[in-house]
Ligand binder design. Structure first.
Ligand SMILES: Cc1cc2nc3c(=O)[nH]c(=O)nc-3n(C[C@H](O)[C@H](O)[C@H](O)COP(=O)(O)OP(=O)(O)OC[C@H]3O[C@@H](n4cnc5c(N)ncnc54)[C@H](O)[C@@H]3O)c2cc1C
Length: 388
């Protein structure tokens, strides 16, 4: 079938969580909008049963956004407190939901479960959105020239760091993340740990299968991760305990180890003419602060609102007005993007060095967070809600 690109008002390339959420917010605001969503994946959800099952930390702010569009994964375990420390060095901090006055600090959802929940909701909305086209198994790159002069092209075809071509700022941390699940006993159920080591951070997080399981994300040099993935289960668990050097409970079994190369890849200008980049297509971050998807959802939400407002006023349509709307969107997103990228890059870089001034500074920073509650509150709020 030839797609009617010429009559589309919005074309979204990429149907990961950010592209799907953006489609939902657009259609929720404007059910008649002529939207084409280009999905690389097949129509049938069954491919997701073997898809990416890494646990993603979803902030309270993102949970609220997803709940409002009926795409929240109800079984998602919550994080009530987070312990942050640096192996072998002074300074640590414990953040709890009560200090911040929230029901939870965050939630853990498998990547594939977010995608399924969003797909289900978009399918429900499709019935009332007669001009919406959801094209599957599609991966050709679309050019602006293929669209009408008043249409907007949204790039949401993010991808992982090693799959992406270089954007304006690209930094390879020389690290990979090893992600998987642990079978555990006597481990505090709603608690998360982030333990910094010389090679990178290790996070232990709640798990969707309940209290006897945990997710882990172990970031280290690419060489170390290659070795860790090869070890038999017993050796791996010993290595993990050695790396943590901290009693968190008993680690009984490791499951589903998978590695991901890590880096920073940032597009400075996220708008050009009538094209806009959101989610990982705009910025790919180190997972140390668990912010990539959260930031991408805020991109999608803000953009969908801006475009829905623009397309709701046909009498005022013009190429210039659309460009102006997108330009305003870029300005609106600047502070949140800058703050999130800076904090994430700082955490990924500063903890991975042993130079004395940095060791001192990060020890002091962790202690300051512990002893100066407003500072802790401010950081927690940025991580939980960002700015939109
Ligand atoms: C190890 C690891 C842990 C992470 N942990 C966290 C965390 O705890 N919290 C957090 O917020 N974030 C986390 N992230 C980041 C998070 O996974 C990403 O930010 C998020 O997936 C971005 O979503 P997206 O929809 O923009 O891109 P993607 O998830 O990459 O989706 C892009 C989609 O576009 C499709 N596509 C690609 N090319 C085309 C094309 N030409 N045409 C059509 N479709 C195309 C792809 O198939 C895919 O479906 C982590 C990342 C890693 C690697």
């Amino acid at each position: 079938m030839t797609l009617p690109f010429r009559s589309a008002q919005v074309v979204i390339q990429g149907a990961g969580p950010v592209g799907l959420a953006c489609s939902i917010w657009l259609l929720e605001n404007h059910p008649d909008l002529q939207v084409i969503l280009l999905d690389k994946n097949p129509q049938d959800d069954s491919f997701l049963s073997s898809a990416d099952d890494r646990g993603i930390a979803i902030s309270e702010g993102s949970k609220q956004l997803l709940e409002n569009i009926h795409a929240w994964v109800k079984e998602a375990p919550t994080i009530h407190s987070v312990h942050v420390s640096h192996r072998g060095h002074f300074g640590q901090t414990l953040m709890s939901k009560d200090e911040i006055g929230q029901k939870a600090l965050g939630h853990i959802v498998r990547y594939r479960d977010v995608v399924i929940a969003l797909r289900h909701q978009l399918r429900r909305m499709q019935m009332n959105s007669v001009n919406f086209i959801w094209e599957f198994d599609f991966s050709d790159n679309i050019e602006l020239q293929q669209l009408s002069s008043e249409a907007c092209l949204i790039h949401a075809d993010g991808g992982l760091f090693h799959e992406q071509s270089a954007k304006d700022v690209r930094k390879d941390y020389g690290q990979s993340a090893l992600v998987g699940s642990l079978e555990v006993s006597n481990v505090s159920p709603d608690m998360a740990w982030e333990r910094f080591t010389e090679e990178g951070p290790i996070a232990i997080l709640p798990h969707h299968q309940g209290h006897d399981f945990k997710n882990f994300v172990w970031c280290a040099s690419k060489k170390t991760i290659e070795q860790l993935i090869q070890f038999d289960d017993t050796t791996f668990l010993l290595k993990l305990q050695e790396a943590l050097q901290m009693p968190i409970g008993k680690l009984n079994k490791v499951l589903h180890r998978k590695s991901y190369p890590l880096g920073l890849n940032i597009k400075k200008n996220i708008v050009s003419d009538r094209e806009v980049w959101i989610g990982n297509a705009a910025q790919t971050l180190h997972p140390v602060a668990g912010q990539g998807l959260n930031l991408g959802l805020r991109d999608a939400y803000t953009l969908a609102n801006a475009l829905a407002f623009f397309y709701a006023r046909p009498d005022q349509h013009s190429v210039q007005k659309l460009q102006q709307t997108l330009h305003q969107y870029q300005q609106q997103r600047q502070r949140d993007r800058d703050a999130t990228i800076r904090v994430t890059d700082l955490m990924a870089s500063v903890f991975a060095t042993n130079a004395f001034p940095f060791v001192l500074a990060r020890g002091l920073a962790l202690s300051a967070l512990q002893w100066i509650p407003p500072l802790k509150n401010q950081l927690a709020r940025q991580m939980m809600f960002g700015q939109r």
